[in-house]
Ligand binder design. Structure first.
Ligand SMILES: [Zn+2]
Ligand SMILES: [Zn+2]
Length: 453
C-alpha cells in the first residue's frame, strides 16, 4: 500500500536570470512545493517522493526542506534519487543539501547531474496523527559550460592490506571495531579523524558504516592510504524503520537499498542477498535497542545473516537481550557470529569500546571477513589489555564440536591481562564477572556498560 500523501498547494515559481559572467551563462530555476504527509498505515511504505525535472546542463542542485516539529511529534528524513538512481541521504541530520559535479554535502554523491526526472525522498520516521506539511525548495543551476565532456573521478583505492602476517601463515589476533559513523550521516567524526583515533586506540582495523549512503567511500580510501597501521574499510548501516543491519566490505561506490517496510522479512532477506552478491558480510545490529525503529522486526530473516551485534557500546540490558537472542539462534543450529562494536558517533563515545578480536592469517579485508563469517572472534570491553588464549582438544576456534551429555567440553579457554610493559600476567578467567556460557561450548563474555545505537 502506498503512503497516503497529497499535495495541498503547489507554489511553482520559476526564476530565470543571466549571471554576470557572460561566459558561464548560468541560469537558476527554483521550485517550491508544500507536500502534505499523513501517517503511514501498518505495513505500508514509510517513504514519500517529490519528483522534479533536472534539465540538460545542470551544474548544481540544492534542496532544502522545513516542517513543524510539533515538539518531536514529526520527524521527516531527507534524501534524493537522480535520474539514474541513488544520489544521497542525510536522514534527519540536515535541513538542506547540494550536489554538483565536483562536490556535495556529506551524505550525498558528487558527480555528473544526469538530466531527467529526479525524486526527493522523504522518510516518514515520525508523523503526528493529523499529518504534517513539508515545504520543499529545489534550486537547479544550469550552465552552458556544463554541456562539455564530463570528468570522471579516479576510482578510489580499495583497502587491501596493512602488514600483518603473510598469506597462508598461522592466524593471529587483530583487534577492531565494526560499527561507527561520521559527518556523512549523523556522526561528528570525519573519516580521517576516525582513522587517527583508531591508531591511538591500537585498533588493527575499522569499518566505517554510515547510515544509508556510500558518500564516505572516497574518504575511507584516502584515510586508509594515510593510515600507517589501521586498515580502514567501507561499510553501510542499512537503517530501516524496523531494524538496522551492517554490510561490511562493500565495493567502492556500492550502496545497499534500505527501503524495507518494518516486519517485511522477505524484503530484509533481499537486503542480505544484495550484500552477499556484493561480496560483503551482513550483521543484525543492536537487535533489542530501545530507540525508535532500532530493534529487529524481521524475525527469521536473521537466518540469512552472518553475524549479530550482541554488544553495542556500553553493556546494558538490551545487550543482555541480544546475547540471549544469539544463544537461541545457536540452539536452533543457526551459527551466526557474535560481534561487539562501539557504534561511535563522536569522540565522547570512543571507538574500540567494545572491540571485536578476529583470528586471521593476514590483515586484509578478505581474511578478516572470512574469519568473522567462520566465528573466529572474541569480544572485549577494550581493544587493549586483555588477551584470550583458546585451547581445543579437537577442531579449531569457530568449528563445531560435540561432547557426550555431562562430559567436559572439548574446547576451553583462558584469558590473561596484558600489562603495560607488554608482559603477560596470570590468568584472569574471573574477569568474566558474570560469565555467560552459550550452547557453543567455550564461548563466554565479560559484560560491561553501554550507551546508544
Ligand atoms: Zn550505528
Ligand atoms: Zn543502528
Amino acid at each position: 500500500m502506498e503512503v497516503r500523501h497529497r499535495i495541498l498547494a503547489l507554489l511553482c515559481s520559476v526564476l530565470t536570470f543571466t549571471a554576470a559572467h557572460a561566459q558561464s551563462s548560468k541560469n537558476t530555476q527554483t521550485i517550491e512545493q508544500v507536500v502534505r504527509v499523513l501517517p503511514s498505515k501498518a505495513g505500508a511504505s514509510r517513504y514519500a517522493y517529490v519528483p522534479f525535472d533536472v534539465p540538460r546542463g545542470a551544474v548544481r542542485v540544492r534542496v532544502s526542506y522545513e516542517y513543524p516539529r510539533a515538539n518531536g511529534a514529526n520527524t521527516i528524513d531527507l534524501g534524493v534519487f537522480d535520474a539514474r538512481g541513488f544520489r544521497g541521504w542525510s536522514g534527519g541530520r540536515r535541513s538542506e543539501f547540494f550536489v554538483s559535479r565536483e562536490e556535495a554535502t556529506p551524505g550525498y554523491l558528487a558527480g555528473e547531474l544526469p538530466p531527467g526526472r529526479w525524486r526527493i525522498i522523504l522518510g516518514l520516521y515520525m508523523v503526528a496523527p493529523a499529518g504534517v506539511d513539508v515545504k520543499v525548495r529545489i534550486v537547479v543551476e544550469t550552465s552552458r559550460a556544463a554541456l562539455g565532456p564530463v570528468r570522471t573521478a579516479a576510482a578510489p583505492r580499495r583497502p587491501e592490506t596493512h602488514g600483518g602476517a603473510a598469506a597462508g601463515s598461522a592466524p593471529r589476533w587483530f583487534a577492531g571495531d565494526l560499527h561507527m559513523h561520521t559527518v556523512h550521516s549523523d556522526g561528528n567524526w570525519t573519516v580521517r579523524g576516525l582513522a587517527e583515533a583508531a591508531e591511538r586506540e591500537g585498533l588493527d582495523f575499522i569499518f566505517v558504516t554510515d547510515h544509508n549512503t556510500a558518500s564516505h567511500h572516497a574518504d575511507v580510501s584516502a584515510a586508509d592510504a594515510a593510515s600507517p597501521r589501521t586498515l580502514v574499510m567501507r561499510g553501510e548501516e542499512v537503517t530501516t524503520y524496523g531494524g538496522h543491519a551492517n554490510a561490511w566490505g562493500l565495493p567502492a561506490g556500492a550502496w545497499v537499498d534500505f527501503r524495507v517496510r518494518p516486519g517485511d522479512a522477505a524484503g530484509m532477506s533481499r537486503v542480505a542477498a544484495r550484500a552477499h552478491r556484493l561480496g560483503a558480510l551482513i550483521s543484525v545490529n543492536h537487535p533489542s535497542a530501545l530507540c525508535g525503529g532500532c530493534n529487529w522486526s524481521y524475525g527469521d530473516a536473521i537466518r540469512n545473516f552472518d553475524a549479530v551485534e550482541v554488544w553495542n557500546g556500553e553493556w546494558d540490558a538490551t545487550d543482555e537481550s541480544a546475547l540471549k537472542l544469539w544463544d537461541g539462534l545457536l540452539r536452533r543450529g543457526l551459527r551466526l557470529t557474535a560481534v561487539a562494536s562501539s557504534d561511535s558517533h563522536r569522540e565522547q563515545n570512543p571507538i574500540g569500546r567494545p572491540a571485536t578480536h578476529v583470528a586471521a592469517g593476514e590483515l586484509t579485508q578478505a581474511a578478516l571477513l572470512n574469519a568473522v563469517r567462520r566465528g573466529r572472534v572474541y569480544l572485549t570491553r577494550e581493544a587493549k589489555g586483555l588477551q584470550v588464549d583458546f585451547g581445543a582438544a579437537a577442531g579449531e576456534l569457530g568449528s563445531r564440536s560435540s561432547a557426550a551429555r555431562g562430559a567436559a567440553p572439548a574446547k576451553r579457554f583462558g584469558c590473561a591481562r596484558r600489562e603495560p610493559s607488554s608482559s603477560t600476567s596470570t590468568c584472569v578467567r574471573r574477569r568474566a564477572a558474570r560469565p555467560f556460557r552459550s550452547s557453543a561450548a567455550g564461548r563466554r563474555f565479560a559484560p560491561s556498560r553501554r550507551s546508544r545505537c
